[in-house]
Design a protein around this ligand. Structure first.
Ligand SMILES: [Zn+2]
Length: 464
């Protein structure tokens, strides 16, 4: 009687153990599947180019009245997607790039510039916990290389994770020379190449002849000081800025785009000469736009207007044989998952904010905007809501009737604005920092800045 009872217990125990083991392996397999299973792992090479501070409406391919991008136009006509309504979720270099590379909002990755009580700016590095595109591709056997312009893209801000080489080069000519050596001598397939340049960014000191070429003007009476970040920062408060100088500054910026466009073609040709084009996707984009007093300032800081968040996204792929324009809204948080799923044919990491966007079957989605922890915005269809958390104020714009965002219709269209507020606040409620708590800076902490680094940040207009 007793031994039968024990046998039953043992049988029952063994049954529970087997079920538990099976359950454990099934769950592990499901997690592994979602983490690592590739839809069709074929090792497509990726070249991701970030041309810092590139406005959408200043590109020839966007319909600008100056031909700033003849080479890009030519390359795109041979096969590629042009996203006409692509946005960055935040308009600052140190916050926007981690979003591009991690599929996380600024509120999730935690990398934004803070000011301490003395007005000094500080920025934490990206947490080691972030699942960056470079780390994913490294695991899949890619060789990962990055060339950046330094400043907030210096390796000390943590975006070097997963890269075999992460180096800093000054201007686009230096970048190109270094890249040429890499492509001809030691590039290993499959590869992920991340190229970042401040060539278009202030100071707008690309060769003057490119501005002359665009406008036919000579610019004899303009000082070089007008194109420095320091002058532009100082002039941001000036309400009666001289319109001739403004035109000069703006023309120098456009000249920088034309100059960079020439290098885009040269970079593309490097891969063509090595016979790599059939298996390489090129993505050309930026981290934010630039303001030329449209809303009272120069450069890019603290605002979420169109000139700062509406930016270009171009994908060049041999799978297409013509230019395909996409009008649906898409934002930078969706770029990393879109690259993985639709351009490299890989599955997605869990727990990211972004969603893959199928360029051949575009869907309609909201664009959420963030400025540090101070402002939040929502762009959906033709309207944009901006919420200033500091003074609890709202701005609401109809982008179709008022593309320059001059008239705040928040009180006029309050019923519609309330709907936007509801969607925005749902998103704000979901916000959750995903990193490692030690990477949130205390007020007296900062990454180590040596003299060179401080000089670079000053030249770019990030610190005074
Ligand atoms: Zn930037």
């Amino acid at each position: 009687m007793k031994s039968g009872y024990y046998k039953k217990i043992i049988k029952y125990f063994i049954f529970i153990v087997i079920i538990s083991v099976l359950f454990f392996f099934t769950i592990t397999a499901i997690i592994k599947y979602h983490h690592y299973k590739d839809y069709n792992s074929n090792g497509v090479n990726l070249v991701l180019i970030s041309i810092d501070a590139l406005r959408y409406d200043r590109l020839g391919i966007s319909g600008y009245n100056m031909k700033t991008t003849p080479n890009l136009e030519f390359l795109l006509s041979k096969g590629g997607y042009f996203f006409k309504n692509y946005y960055v979720n935040s308009a600052s270099t140190p916050s926007s790039h981690p979003t591009i590379l991690s599929g996380l909002y600024l509120s999730s990755h935690g990398v934004w510039v803070r000011e301490d009580a003395n007005g000094n700016t500080k920025c934490p590095p990206a947490s080691k916990k972030l699942v960056l595109l470079s780390k994913i591709l490294k695991k899949k056997g890619y060789s990962c290389y990055a060339i950046t312009g330094g400043g907030y893209m210096h390796r000390k801000y943590g975006l070097d994770q997963g890269f075999d080489i992460y180096t800093t080069k000054g201007d686009i000519k230096n970048l190109y020379d270094w890249l040429k050596g890499l492509v001809y001598n030691r590039l290993k397939e499959p590869f992920f190449l991340f190229l970042h340049t401040y060539e278009v960014h202030s100071p707008y000191d690309s060769p003057l002849k490119y501005s002359k070429q665009l406008t036919g003007r000579e610019y004899n009476n303009f000082s070089d000081k007008y194109i420095t970040s320091e002058f532009l920062m100082r002039s941001s408060e000036n309400k009666n800025f001289n319109s001739n100088i403004l035109k000069y500054i703006s023309d120098r910026y456009d000249g920088g785009i034309l100059y960079t466009d020439e290098y885009i073609k040269k970079i593309y040709d490097l891969f063509d000469n090595k016979g790599l084009l059939n298996n390489t996707v090129f993505i050309i984009t930026t981290d934010h736009g630039e303001e030329f007093t449209e809303h009272g300032s120069f450069l890019h800081n603290e605002k979420l207007y169109e000139e700062l968040v509406h930016v270009p996204l171009v994908v060049l792929s041999k799978k297409l044989d013509k230019r395909v324009d996409i009008r649906e809204h898409l934002s930078s948080v969706d770029l990393m998952p879109t690259i993985l799923k639709y351009f490299l044919n890989y599955s997605l990491p869990l727990d990211i904010d972004g969603k893959a966007f199928n360029p051949d079957k575009p869907d309609v989605r909201p664009v959420f905007l963030e400025m540090r922890d101070l402002k939040r915005g929502l762009l959906y269809n033709n309207h944009k809501l901006i919420y200033n958390r500091q003074n609890n104020e709202y701005m609401f714009f109809n982008l179709l009737n008022d593309p320059e965002e001059k008239e705040n219709i928040y009180y006029k269209k309050q019923k519609l604005a309330e709907k936007y507020k509801e969607i925005l606040f749902k998103k704000i409620k979901r916000e959750k920092y995903r990193g490692d708590i030690k990477y949130i800076l205390k007020p007296d902490e900062d990454v180590e800045k040596d003299k060179d680094h401080i000089r670079r940040l000053k030249a770019l207009g990030y610190i005074q």
